[in-house]
Design a protein around this ligand. Structure first.
Ligand SMILES: *Cc1c(COP(=O)(O)O)cnc(C)c1O
Length: 481
């Protein structure tokens, strides 16, 4: 473990030098109760020591710029550096959110064009860029669904249907919005069970939340039947677009019958994520729902762009100012750099890479749904568990020793010992082969020398952490005593 800054303390050092004060000092009496009674316990260090400290910490972290990051369901795709150049341009980075709209027409134009491109990619009619993440987009989308039913005085709808393979944010969103969550079963092929859907769909259901391809990386082939069943009983279809990377440029949720969608710009459109954001989860709707979009709504007029705040049916405001504008600039740069052919190609390579990996690993790890997948697939550590007591968690830890970020593990919940792999489109065949060789080696170790895997990781600064303790009882504060 590296030392904390406090433990590196060198009394008398400092890392700043302030210019002389150029305004008259004021003699303001601060009430005694606000005055500090003891010295502030800050470490004293020179600039060079502070820089070295944080450099050392950064070397212990792992990101998409370090290597393959096969974290399924998260689309940890490469972020081209030109996006960073674009967002740092002073014309964007020096704007203030309180500037008058007529002084930020360029920014509004970029937002408007991004909305139009997102409409085109998804087959939707209108978008809002306000939501700050996928989960926030879900909340916005379900608020729109709720507002739609309420506006029609259709008050019976108290339920939202969610497949058992769904990402946890889907049922959480429905619950937070006051709906009763009803789970729809998956069939033996890992897809929505149409009979179960039909049985649970009725005029008390506000809508179905669905990811396509689903969290198993499988395309919901019956999507038109699903849409028909939900619509026939007056429900709406919500598209969780976290997996849009797998179909962008090839198929569109709007054409499949979805009424409301969210995208995760920080997944599909290559804006960085992890570490808590900032992200962006724009929400798109079909035209019959556009009046319910949160305000302000961006409007293009003859003499420029305007933010419309006067929308009686709007669900309200769901983010301050313009949403996470910088994230939108990066997504815009990404889409423009690729163009429509490039967007399609990125999707096709993501799917090709996932299928290559699946085929090369299937003799070594169980693949519960072993058929053509989209951008990701689920393998398991079940063989290793049953034969040698090596769990998926052990395999994930062992990958760290070989310099890889582990895949998503124990998700989706309906599959035992699941590991969910998503290589993304930017990995070459050579780098995929390197990873495959490591996965095969770990499978051999699990058979022949299981302790190597059971005791992994062997060469990280921290070995196995007590994850339950860390989550329940996080220690995030330095205690000097
Ligand atoms: C990532 C993800 C979400 C949530 O998105 P955030 O941007 O992390 O809030 C929802 N659904 C699925 C399927 C996801 O993969």
């Amino acid at each position: 473990m590296s030392k904390l800054l406090f433990e590196k303390n060198v009394p008398g050092s400092n890392a700043f030098s302030l210019p002389p004060c150029d305004v008259p000092e004021q003699d303001i009496a601060i009430p005694a109760k606000f005055l500090r009674q003891t010295e502030m316990a800050l470490p004293e260090l020179s600039e060079v020591e502070v820089v070295r400290h944080y450099m050392a910490l950064s070397h212990q972290a792992y990101g998409v710029d370090d290597g393959l990051y096969p974290l399924g369901s998260c689309t940890m795709k490469y972020n081209p550096k030109i996006n960073e150049w674009a967002v740092r341009l002073p014309g964007w980075s020096c704007l203030h959110p309180l500037q008058a709209p007529e002084t930020v027409q360029g920014a509004l134009e970029l937002m408007y064009e991004t909305e139009r491109m997102l409409c085109e990619i998804g087959g939707m009619d209108a978008f809002t860029l306000q939501p700050a993440a996928g989960a926030h987009g879900e909340m916005t989308g379900v608020m729109i669904i709720k507002a739609y039913h309420q506006h029609r005085k259709d008050e019976r709808r108290k339920k939202i249907l969610v497949p058992d393979s769904a990402h946890g944010t889907n049922p959480a969103t429905a619950h937070v919005m006051g709906y009763q969550v009803v789970e729809v079963k998956s069939n033996h092929r890992g897809l929505v069970d149409l009979d179960d859907l039909q049985a649970k769909m009725n005029d008390e259901v506000a809508g179905l939340m669905l990811t396509n391809p689903n969290t198993l990386g499988l395309f919901e082939e019956d999507i038109e039947d699903i849409a028909r069943i939900v619509h026939e009983d007056g429900g709406l279809l919500y598209y969780d677009g976290a997996n849009l990377n797998a179909i962008m440029g090839v198929a569109r949720p709007g054409d499949m019958g979805f009424d409301v969608v969210h995208y995760n710009l920080h997944k599909t459109f290559s804006t960085p994520h992890g570490g808590g954001g900032p992200g962006s989860g724009p929400v798109g709707v079909k035209s019959f729902l556009s009046d319910f979009l949160p305000q302000p709504v961006l409007i293009k007029e003859k003499d420029g762009y305007r933010l419309d705040e006067d929308r009686p049916l709007a669900i309200g405001k769901i983010h301050s100012f313009y949403g996470n504008f910088a994230v939108v600039v990066k997504a815009y740069a990404y889409i423009k750099a690729l163009g429509s052919a490039g967007i399609r190609e990125a999707c096709q390579y993501a799917v090709l890479n996932a299928n290559y990996l699946r085929c090369k690993l299937k003799d070594y790890y169980e693949i519960p749904y072993d058929r053509l997948c989209k951008h990701e697939f689920v393998a398991t550590g079940r063989w290793q568990m049953e034969d040698n007591g090596v769990s998926t968690l052990d395999i994930a830890k062992r990958l760290i020793d070989f310099g890889y970020h582990p895949p998503t593990v124990y998700f989706p919940l309906i599959i035992k010992e699941a590991m969910m792999l998503e290589p993304t489109e930017t990995e070459s065949k050579q780098r995929l082969d390197d990873f495959i060789a490591v996965m095969q080696e770990i499978a051999r170790e699990a058979r022949e020398e299981p302790r190597q895997v059971l005791e992994a990781p062997h060469n990280t600064p921290v070995l196995r952490v007590d994850e339950v303790q860390a989550a329940r009882n996080p220690v995030v504060r330095y205690d000097k005593s």
